[in-house]
Design a protein around this ligand. Structure first.
Ligand code: ADP
Ligand code: MG
Length: 211
């Protein structure tokens, strides 16, 4: 499904999608945070893609680890360490792999979720990127266990992430800067859940060859 070359192409696509949504992500963050989420993500994925063009390896684990470390070291906001941890955790379950199938992808997502929860001391329902990632994993795992095709599994992941992202509108934030607003955080979509959906959906589209 995905080898090192394709993985690097996926990161380039994510970088482009983040660039296209940079203002949107910062506007969402402006409503309930400090307005820098688009900038943070843009900075992080630019640095990540610069780094990718410099490393020459077929090893997926090395690539994911390098990506994670780059995000942690270049993004000042809380999203840098959180996404960075997600990638670094993904590296742990891809040791010695030169290609990934959908099963590997689900393992990476689960590790990423566990890493984010541990790093952010957070769980579902707190209006964070977890609220897009967790339902995506649940839907993907369900589709996988029902022997669905890769296309069905990847589409299920995208759809559930979108639904989870939209549902953050109704949640009162209890983690991150948005939690300072309490009740007033309700009625706004979480910027981190939005970037998480955009990333997962870009992966789906690239792997299915839809862009
Ligand atoms: P900062 O909040 O430091 O300005 P960003 O604006 O880049 O960082 O990212 C904000 C996003 O990070 C939020 O929308 C939320 O999804 C996510 N986030 C913040 N804190 C946590 C946490 N403790 N656990 C999980 N996600 C979090
Ligand atoms: Mg912010």
């Amino acid at each position: 499904m995905v080898d090192a070359k394709k993985l690097k192409e996926i990161f380039l696509d994510i970088g482009e999608v983040i660039e296209q949504n940079k203002l949107y992500l910062s506007e969402l963050d402006g409503a309930i945070g400090d307005g820098d989420h688009g900038l943070n993500m843009s900075k992080g994925f630019k640095a990540l893609n610069d780094k990718m063009s410099q490393i020459d390896t077929d090893d997926i684990s090395t690539i994911l680890k390098t990506c994670g470390m780059t995000l942690v070291s270049t993004v000042g906001g809380s999203s840098g360490p959180l996404y960075g941890t997600a990638f670094m955790k993904g590296a742990l379950v891809t040791v010695n792999k030169t290609s990934l199938d959908v099963n590997d992808y689900m393992n990476i997502l689960q590790q990423a979720l566990d890493g984010i929860k541990a790093r952010g001391k957070s769980k579902e329902g707190e209006k964070t990127l977890i609220d897009a990632l967790l339902p995506a994993i649940t839907a993907g795992s369900k589709a996988l266990s029902h022997n669905k095709t890769d296309k069905e599994i990847l589409n299920a992941i995208s759809e559930a992430a979108k639904d989870g992202m939209e549902k953050t509108i109704d949640i009162i934030a209890t983690k991150g800067r948005a939690s300072y607003l309490g009740e007033r955080s309700k009625g706004h979509q979480d910027p981190g859940a939005t970037s998480m959906y955009l990333i997962l959906d870009t992966i789906t589209k690239k792997v299915l060859g839809e862009n």
